[in-house]
Design a protein around this ligand. Sequence first.
Ligand SMILES: Cc1cc2nc3c(=O)[nH]c(=O)nc-3n(C[C@H](O)[C@H](O)[C@H](O)COP(=O)(O)OP(=O)(O)OC[C@H]3O[C@@H](n4cnc5c(N)ncnc54)[C@H](O)[C@@H]3O)c2cc1C
Ligand code: SF4
Length: 333
Amino acid sequence: MQALRYTRVTTPEAAIEALRTAGAGARYIAGGTSLYDLMKLGIEHHDHLVDVSGIESLTGIDTDGDSLHFGGMALMADVAAHPVVRDDYPVLAESLTTAASQQLRNMATVGGNLLQRTRCMYFRNGADGTYPCNKRAPGSGCAALGGRDRGQAVLGTSDACTAVSPGDWPVALLALDASIDLLGPDGIRTVPIADLYHLPGATPDFEFNLVPGEIITAITVPKTAARGSTYHKIRDRASYAFALASAAVVLEMDGDIMRRPRVALGGVGTIPWHAPETEAMLDGQPLTRARALAAGQAAFARARPGRQNAFKLTLGAEVIADAVMIAAHRAAQ
Ligand SMILES: Cc1cc2nc3c(=O)[nH]c(=O)nc-3n(C[C@H](O)[C@H](O)[C@H](O)COP(=O)(O)OP(=O)(O)OC[C@H]3O[C@@H](n4cnc5c(N)ncnc54)[C@H](O)[C@@H]3O)c2cc1C
Ligand code: SF4
């Protein structure tokens, strides 16, 4: 049995200090719904866990006039149920209510959701040496290349890794231009959500642009006309399943003309995927499903499908088109 030390902290400063003094084998833990799994599977090895879930000051949900603020330790369930989120930001609420299960969302935090690791089956099931994986064991190779790749990414892939970024919430945040506050040993910094994630390239083990010891303290969503929005997710089961393809769409309607569209994709990219080509084809144009579908197809112009996942190009374009129609309908109400 492996010895494990556990420290529970109640302030962000104490968390940083506890991690610093515990050394390289330490890791923050919030809801634990992701990290405990990875430790049990033998993918991650930590000898000291610093529990940040009891930092009360980071569990708040605050809606001032200019923006929404979520503490890094706010629970997914609490954010999804917040009346402002539910009524004015359907894209955020739906990204949470279609993720995982109610039981998981009651434990899991919005900060932890941003940092969950891929569900690539070779990554999760091969730690006993059964499968090579560059993300788990750098330089060992990639079992998914030429293997069973139905669930793998088609955008942002590299010759070293094609694993999908699994989270739903980061996709919705990307469509809303959210930013993340990170507190670390050298102070606080704020980064756009797009900058939190790292394309796999030749170093798929390098996943998040975090400085060692940094803790997610807050997520800020700028105030926007987000009633015209949706998170549309297609998965193998009606619940309790990760996205095969999903789209977060936010837009405004000026009569039948689409304005200021924002589109981000899940289930198809190695990172939460922004789709500027789609936005350009929608902006200032009259709404039709044919146009929405053509714009959806444009998002996949540079896709690199493998042996079994070319269906994601068609599925992804249809998901975008459906999401545009739903968001436009809501925006027009
Ligand atoms: C069966 C199952 C199905 C799921 N389905 C979905 C799904 O459909 N969609 C989806 O999006 N997710 C899904 N999830 C993932 C789930 O949402 C995540 O496990 C959860 O969001 C992680 O949050 P947590 O607080 O439990 O993180 P933890 O497990 O505690 O931590 C995860 C990682 O984040 C780090 N961390 C946590 N909080 C912070 C912080 N504030 N600052 C810095 N580092 C931090 C930890 O060190 C760890 O590396 C599923 C999980 C399971 C088990
Ligand atoms: S796709 Fe990435 S995570 Fe999956 S086996 Fe290959 S290197 Fe590992």
